[in-house]
Design a binder for this molecule. Structure first.
Ligand code: NDP
Length: 502
């Protein structure tokens, strides 16, 4: 086979790629060595900003296949008939760590799926947990700062995290899941994916439903214990990335069964939980999930940077038949994801092959910008309305309206159900005794260096979720149980006032 010819970025053959051009054999170097200049200048620009969250991840291609008729709930074309397959790209990630951080860190895991449908790309941007730490996006940058590095020491800092959580009781449910062994999944293949948010599905008749997605792993749930995860961070910081890649190379294609929880607007009215509160689940007994399809990953990317690092998921990538809900966290993400990609990848990130619609065409009047690498609309009209046969909106693609209204204001959460019932149920009824032991040990290990007033404040919250839970953490930390009980009996405001940090 003929050797492939090396060229510059502009296709000019390169004669020598080992020796810089110099004046005499010892130098100095010559500015006219344009190949060296081009090579160094490109290298200097190899890094793009890493994602502020979900920086470390692994991805793969595959398909989604519909296994049940859901046309009475949604008119989404890719869900329209049993047996229908749609190409997908999925990315799994940790959240708080940098791009080089260890895969086994305790953290939620991102679970994002891009469906390349004939009606455009649909992105499901979920996590491996069905709930989240906060329910208002105004708190998101603060929360994420607590998961990053201390501004003075540049160290990860449990005090920042527990201070924030103890001041934010709505976090109790997600904190309990995070510090259970589900906070350290054995691999990306052995975890579930949840939309966490409530979304809207609507059918061809204009009826709508509130839904939550559950991608249940067919490989079975497997987790690392705290000590196993700590050992794995040192032994193989890339273990989950490696596992996903190697499994697919071996032909062991991981799959997930998609189950949906679906509520009609009438059912939602009488529901005991606020269905737009991402810190809560819909109990399975009250809303039994129905099986809808299968997600299979069967092809590795060829180039990590091109296809995984540049992959851009966005909860506002929706298709007809799927809409959003008033969940405030979701509403915030509708802005933030697109905005992040504009910053990270530029205004034309949708033209990067992994992000491009594969079975639909982009047709609109958005033009120009950095890296506009397609035909940019050619010679067609670049404004709407126009009389020159440019693409036109179609009113058939409207969504059924929802009944939510009221004066514009900053509302405090006012649902009567408290933030402790569901984490308490998880601790009491779902976890095994071994799960509870590991949960307490994981929490105690992480909280040991945290100032005592914050330990006490947080233990009072554990106690409110479940008395045994609070007592066991307090015992592990050597706290006075009477003091924990006294704090648990107070309002959150009084509790915070009673636990000042010097
Ligand atoms: P169910 O008993 O019907 O469901 C329990 C769910 O909990 C199962 O889906 C199971 O997932 C999951 N689970 C098991 N162990 C753990 C763990 N250590 N950490 C987190 N999740 C776990 O109960 P309910 O629907 O009434 O919910 C009770 C609690 O279960 C909730 O408060 C929530 O914390 C948790 N849960 C509920 C989910 C829901 O959508 N209802 C989803 C996930 C968790 P799997 O089948 O994969 O083992």
């Amino acid at each position: 086979m003929a050797k492939k010819k090396m060229t510059t970025a502009f296709g000019v053959p390169v004669g020598n790629d080992l020796n810089t051009m110099t004046s005499g054999s010892r130098g100095p170097s010559l500015l006219q060595d344009v190949h060296l200049l081009e090579k160094l200048a490109h290298f200097d620009r190899e890094r793009i900003p890493e994602r502020v969250v979900h920086a470390k991840g692994a991805g793969a291609y595959g398909y989604f296949e519909v296994t049940a008729d859901v046309s009475k709930y949604t008119k989404a074309a890719f869900l329209s008939e049993v047996g229908k397959r749609t190409d997908v790209f999925a990315r799994f990630s940790t959240v708080g760590g940098e791009k080089g951080s260890a895969d086994a860190e305790r953290d939620p895991r991102g679970f994002a799926v891009k469906f390349y449908t004939e009606e455009g790309n649909y992105d499901m941007t979920g996590n491996n947990t069905p709930v989240f730490f906060i329910r208002d996006p105004l708190k998101f940058p603060d929360f994420i700062h607590t998961q990053k590095r201390n501004p003075a020491t540049n160290l990860k800092d449990p005090t920042m995290a527990w201070d924030f959580w103890s001041l934010t009781p709505e976090s109790m449910h997600q904190v309990t899941i995070l510090f259970s062994d589900r906070g350290t999944p054995a691999t990306y293949r052995n975890m579930n994916g949840y939309s966490s948010h409530t979304y809207k599905w609507y059918n061809a008749k204009g009826e709508y439903f509130w839904v939550q997605y559950h991608f249940k792993t067919d490989q079975g749930i497997k987790n690392l214990t705290g000590p196993e995860a700590a050992a794995m961070c040192g032994k193989d910081p890339d273990h989950a990335t490696r596992d996903l890649y190697d499994a697919i190379e071996r032909g062991e294609h991981p799959s997930w069964t998609l189950e949906m929880q679906i509520l009609s607007p009438e059912q939602a009215k009488d529901f005991g939980w606020d269905i737009f509160d991402i810190t809560k689940v819909w109990p399975h007994k009250e809303v039994p999930p129905i099986t809808v399809g299968k997600l299979v990953l069967n092809r590795n990317p060829e180039n990590y940077f091109a296809e995984v690092e540049q992959a851009a998921f966005n909860p506002s990538n929706l298709v007809p038949g799927i809409g959003v809900s008033p969940d405030k966290m979701l509403q915030g993400r509708l802005f933030s994801y697109h905005d992040t990609h504009l910053h990270r990848l530029g205004p034309n990130y949708h033209l990067i092959p992994v992000n491009q619609p594969k079975h639909a065409m982009e047709q609109n009047y958005q033009r120009d910008g950095n890296m506009r690498v397609d035909a940019n609309g050619g010679g067609g009209p670049n404004y709407w309305p126009n009389s020159f046969h440019g693409p036109a909106p179609d009113a058939a693609y409207g969504e059924p309206p929802i009944e939510e209204h009221g004066p514009g204001d900053r509302y405090e959460f006012d649902h009567p159900n408290d933030d402790f019932v569901q984490p308490g149920n998880l601790y009491r009824h779902v976890m095994s005794e071994q799960d509870r032991t590991n949960l307490v040990s994981n929490i105690v290990g992480n909280m040991e260096s945290v100032p005592k007033p914050i330990q006490l404040r947080q233990c009072a919250l554990f106690f409110l979720a479940d008395e045994d839970y609070g007592a066991r953490v307090a015992e592990g930390l050597g706290l006075d149980m009477a003091e924990v009980k006294r704090l648990a009996a107070m309002s959150q405001e009084d509790r915070v006032a009673a636990t000042p940090v010097k």
